[in-house]
Design a protein around this ligand. Structure first.
Ligand code: ZN
Length: 307
C-alpha cells in the first residue's frame, strides 16, 4: 500500500503578488525537499483532476461560486478582501486543489493508496459556505469529506486541523453535521476570530496561547483529540495540514518544529489504524517559511509513507 502525492503545476500559477506570503514558492519548496531527500521516489505521484461544479457546490453555495467567477479578473489582481486576491489563474488552481482532495479520497477509499497528501494551493480551511477569506476560496478538505460521505462505506468522518489559524470555514460547513467531527488546535486569540467559541458536540476547539510550548500542543492532541476520535470512530480521517505553527514561520507565534509534526502524524496514523484501516487524506493548508514548510512536510510524509 502506497502513499499518494497529488499536486498540479497550475496550482503555482495562482499568484496574489510578489509580497504575498501565500506564494507559489511554497509548493516548489516542498517538491525540492522531497526530490533532494529521495522521499518522492517512495510516493505514488498523481496530477490533480479538477473538481466539478457539483462537487464544489456540496460545500459552497452556487452564489459563492458564481460570485468568485465574476470577481476573477482577465488580467491583474482583484482583492476579495485585504489578504485574499484573485488573479486570472486563481479559480483554475482552486478547482484543481479541491479536485485533489476528491481524488485523494477515492484513492484511499478504493484501497489503491493507504493514505494521501495533497500538495496544493490555494489553501481552503478559512473558506465558508458563502465566503472567501484568509487566502482561501474553496474549502478543499470539506469538499473531500463531503465526497467521502457520499460513498456507501462511509458513515462518519473526522477532520483534524493543526494549522496555526482556526479553520472557521470547516466549522461553518459542518457545524450542523454530527457525522463529521472537527478537531482543531490554533493560536488564540488570533485571526480569524470566527466560530472559536461555538458549542457543538462535533466541534472540538483547542485554543493555544501565543508562545506556548510544543508540550501544550501535544497534550491537546493526546488528551482531547485522541479520545474524541476513538469515540467518534470515523471511517476516514482528513487532516487540514497547515504548518504555520512552526517556530520559524513568520505568520504566528507558536513554537512547533518538524519533530512535533512527525509526532502528531504518528499519533494520527496510530488512531487511523485502530478505527479506519489507516485511511488518511491530508490536505496542505498554511506554512509560510518555505524552508520550514519543506522540512515539516517531509516529516509528515515520512510517517504517512512509513519511511
Ligand atoms: Zn494558517
Amino acid at each position: 500500500m502506497t502513499t499518494a502525492f497529488i499536486s498540479h503545476a497550475d496550482c503555482s500559477l495562482h499568484n496574489m503578488g510578489p509580497e504575498h506570503p501565500e506564494s507559489p514558492l511554497r509548493l516548489l519548496a516542498i517538491r525540492k525537499v522531497l526530490e533532494r531527500t529521495g522521499l518522492m521516489q517512495d510516493l505514488a505521484e498523481y496530477s490533480a483532476i479538477p473538481a466539478s461544479t457539483l462537487q464544489i457546490e456540496q460545500a459552497h453555495s452556487r452564489q459563492h461560486r458564481t460570485g468568485l467567477e465574476r470577481q476573477q479578473p482577465e488580467e491583474g489582481i482583484f482583492h476579495a478582501d485585504d489578504d485574499t486576491a484573485l488573479c486570472p489563474d486563481t479559480l483554475n488552481a482552486a478547482t484543481l486543489a479541491a479536485g485533489a482532495s476528491i481524488q485523494a479520497t477515492d484513492l484511499v477509499l478504493s484501497g489503491a493508496s493507504q493514505n494521501a497528501f495533497c500538495s496544493i494551493r490555494p489553501p481552503g480551511h478559512h473558506a465558508e459556505q458563502n465566503l472567501a477569506m484568509g487566502f482561501c476560496f474553496y474549502n478543499n478538505v470539506a469538499i473531500g469529506a463531503l465526497h467521502a460521505l457520499q460513498q456507501p462505506s462511509v458513515q462518519r468522518v473526522a477532520i483534524v486541523d493543526f494549522d496555526v489559524h482556526h479553520g472557521n470555514g470547516t466549522v461553518d460547513i459542518f457545524k450542523d453535521r454530527p457525522e463529521v467531527l472537527v478537531c482543531s488546535t490554533f493560536q488564540h486569540p488570533y485571526y480569524p476570530e470566527r466560530y472559536q467559541d461555538i458549542q457543538r458536540d462535533n466541534i472540538l476547539n483547542c485554543p493555544l496561547p501565543a508562545y506556548s510550548k510544543p508540550a501544550l500542543f501535544r497534550h491537546a492532541l493526546e488528551d482531547r483529540w485522541l479520545p474524541a476520535l476513538q469515540t467518534h470512530k470515523p471511517d476516514i480521517i482528513f487532516i487540514s495540514a497547515g504548518f504555520d505553527a512552526h517556530a520559524e514561520d513568520p505568520m504566528a507565534d507558536l513554537e512547533l518544529t518538524e519533530e512535533d509534526y512527525r509526532w502528531a502524524t504518528e499519533l494520527l496514523t496510530d488512531v487511523a489504524r485502530q478505527c479506519c484501516n489507516g485511511r488518511i487524506v491530508s490536505v496542505l493548508e498554511g506554512g509560510y517559511n518555505p524552508v520550514a514548510l519543506g522540512f515539516s512536510v517531509q516529516a509528515h510524509l515520512e510517517v504517512l509513507a512509513g519511511c
